[in-house]
Write a protein that binds this ligand. Structure first.
Ligand code: ZN
Length: 586
């Protein structure tokens, strides 16, 4: 029996199912054997999740045997031609069979060190996030980086790579054609090469790279079938118009600016994915009963003018025009930067949308954390965006000689700060969504032999529940006073940010959740600890957010930020399912 579809896999005898999947997980038929009894699967995504769950529930010995069934990269077995057909093809596709002598020597050295440290071979889906293959240089760099991991971290990463390999093999077996994912990954790659800096990805507000990025987004949106304009604050606004001109607007989007040395998907995913969906709808001639506005928000990160949400605040009508006189690090005002890029700052207030025209706002964003990754889930529904309080604290003690001042006669500002760091950690631990961080800690012009006379530190307190956050802030501020008084240190405080939590709309969340279940995945809800444009949009309309899994341990605001074409694909399916649910609601 030739098994080529999900229907075949669902209906064939168990032995045929196991045989059909024999190459998906390397030399480990027990995985397909255990998954066979879980049939039928409603989608290929559901099949992948079931296979992964079998591995997750397996014993530690079984997991290790699965890892040890894999060959080394460009190892002796590869040279001797002893790999499975799947591994041979994958290694050849990444050019591992064409290594230079230096690359080969380096890989052998890494294989040896890695094997000595972990006791299993280094496993990497060499077809990479796009499925088209990593370069040898990228493979070697990843190998060297992961060699530094702790055992448990690396074991978990290898298992995830095994699942990624299985996913790519399953796509090939079942001739899965991805409709959105590869396009989104390609676009993100192209945008990722447009940067203010030659070494990394930096796209700060109204720089030449920022203006080029906007123009590129506008071109793609136009090609996808949208009417596009770039507004006075730099937002790229594409409309996929409804048949009826007086229809309401569903807005989606995210930001296209980046932090310094940022990642390729932060923000951009939420613009590119809906653009790919519009292209798909437009090609099919399918109209929606509402205008779908895809917005690339010009600014969210606050890098250049230290002021965030410039793009989305213009749309909500809350753009503070006093900010136009703010200077960047080079003394350029925001007004001059806008005018230099051909914008008319006086037109910004007119960008504001009438809330009555909006059906709601939905934002797709990479999670920027490890929660979905560790649960093995590609998607999550955001419940709320955490509120945050930020303070700057300056402590003033007495700087005196480190050798001559007895311990009981000191007023050490840094020692007081150390107590405050631990107080923040203690007060915010084990209390649900509450988190507290001292991210900046500085002894200005400190020296080795001087007791710190001054110390500056930052406080960042967040929670889904505003009352819980404010209670923690009160306790921490009282604690700072008590610590300072006891140590004879003077404290000064500046409040930098106080933003309320933005809860997502339960009925929009339910529509996202239903679309996730329809795609064959479990619904999983999580809080967003980071701020997003949806937080600003929540001031005028109902909002929802869909998070996608963030690879490489969940790292973001970093060039190592990564995701896969398959995760983008299923996010696209879910967003499409969400839009179709809005149809009935509109
Ligand atoms: Zn972002």
């Amino acid at each position: 029996m030739n098994v080529t579809t999900l229907q075949d896999l669902n209906s064939c005898p168990p032995a045929v199912f196991v045989e059909a999947l024999h190459g998906i997980y390397e030399h480990s038929p027990w995985i397909a054997e255990r998954a066979a009894s879980l049939r039928p699967f409603s989608s290929i995504a559901a099949l992948k999740q079931a296979l992964q769950a079998v591995v997750t529930q397996a014993s530690a010995d079984e997991q290790l045997s699965l890892l040890r069934a894999h060959p080394e990269l460009a190892g002796k077995a590869a040279i001797a031609g002893e790999l499975t057909a799947e591994s041979t093809g994958e290694q050849a596709a990444s050019g591992l069979d064409r290594c230079s002598l230096d690359e080969y020597a380096r890989l052998q050295e890494l294989n040896t060190q890695y094997g000595d440290k972990f006791g299993f071979p280094f496993i990497l889906a060499v077809k990479g996030p796009t499925g088209r293959g990593l370069t040898r240089a990228a493979i070697i760099a990843t190998f060297a980086r992961r060699l530094k991991n702790a055992f448990d971290t690396e074991l978990a990463e290898c298992l995830r790579q095994v699942h990624r390999i299985a996913e790519i093999r399953l796509n090939a077996l079942l001739n899965v054609a991805l409709r959105f994912g590869p396009q989104v990954m390609d676009w993100a790659e192209t945008l990722g090469a447009i940067s203010d800096s030659s070494e990394d990805l930096t796209c700060a507000y109204m720089t030449p790279a920022h203006v080029r990025t906007a123009a590129q987004l506008a071109d793609w949106m136009r090609e996808a079938g949208m009417d596009v304009h770039i507004d006075a604050v730099g937002n790229v606004v594409g409309r996929y118009a409804a048949a009826r001109p007086d229809a309401k607007v569903l807005m989606t989007g995210s930001h296209y600016d980046t932090v310094r040395n940022g990642g390729k998907y932060d923000g951009r995913l939420g613009i590119l994915l809906p653009s790919a969906l519009v292209r798909h709808l437009h090609e099919r001639g399918e109209r929606l009963p509402f205008h779908l506005d895809v917005v690339g928000f010009a600014e969210e990160e606050g890098v250049r003018f230290r002021s965030t949400f410039l793009g989305s605040s213009a749309i909500t009508g809350r753009f503070d025009t006093a900010l136009l006189e703010q200077h960047d690090g080079d003394g350029v005002t925001m007004r001059a930067a806008l005018e230099g890029a051909g914008h008319d700052p006086s037109a910004i207030p007119a960008i504001a949308r009438d809330p009555a025209s909006l059906l709601g706002f939905v934002e797709v964003h990479i999670e920027q954390g490890p929660v979905l990754l560790e649960r093995g889930l590609p998607l999550g529904v955001v419940t709320a965006i955490a509120g945050s309080s930020r303070y700057l604290v300056e402590l003033t003690g007495v700087a005196s000689h480190a050798g001559t001042t007895p311990m009981d006669m000191r007023r050490d500002a840094a020692a007081a700060a150390a107590e405050i760091v631990l107080l923040v950690e203690e007060r915010c631990s084990g209390r649900g969504s509450l988190v507290g961080t001292v991210g900046q800690l500085d002894v200005p012009s400190g020296s080795v032999n001087v007791i710190p006379g001054r110390c500056r530190l930052s406080l960042d307190i967040r929670a889904a529940d505003d009352a819980q956050r404010l209670a923690a802030v009160d306790d921490i501020l009282a604690g700072i006073s008590a610590i300072s008084a006891r140590r004879g240190v003077r404290e000064q405080l500046w409040k930098l940010v106080e933003a309320d939590a933005a809860p997502c709309s339960p009925h929009l969340m339910d529509m996202l959740g239903a679309a996730i279940i329809e795609a064959g995945l479990p619904r999983f809800d999580l809080l967003s600890g980071a701020g997003h444009d949806a937080m600003e949009m929540a001031k005028v309309t109902d909002v929802a957010m869909l998070f996608t899994r963030c690879g490489n341990g969940g790292i973001s605001h970093n060039p190592l930020e990564t995701m896969t074409a398959d995760d983008a694909e299923v996010a696209g399916e879910v967003l499409l399912g969400f839009l179709r649910r809005i149809e009935t609601y509109a």
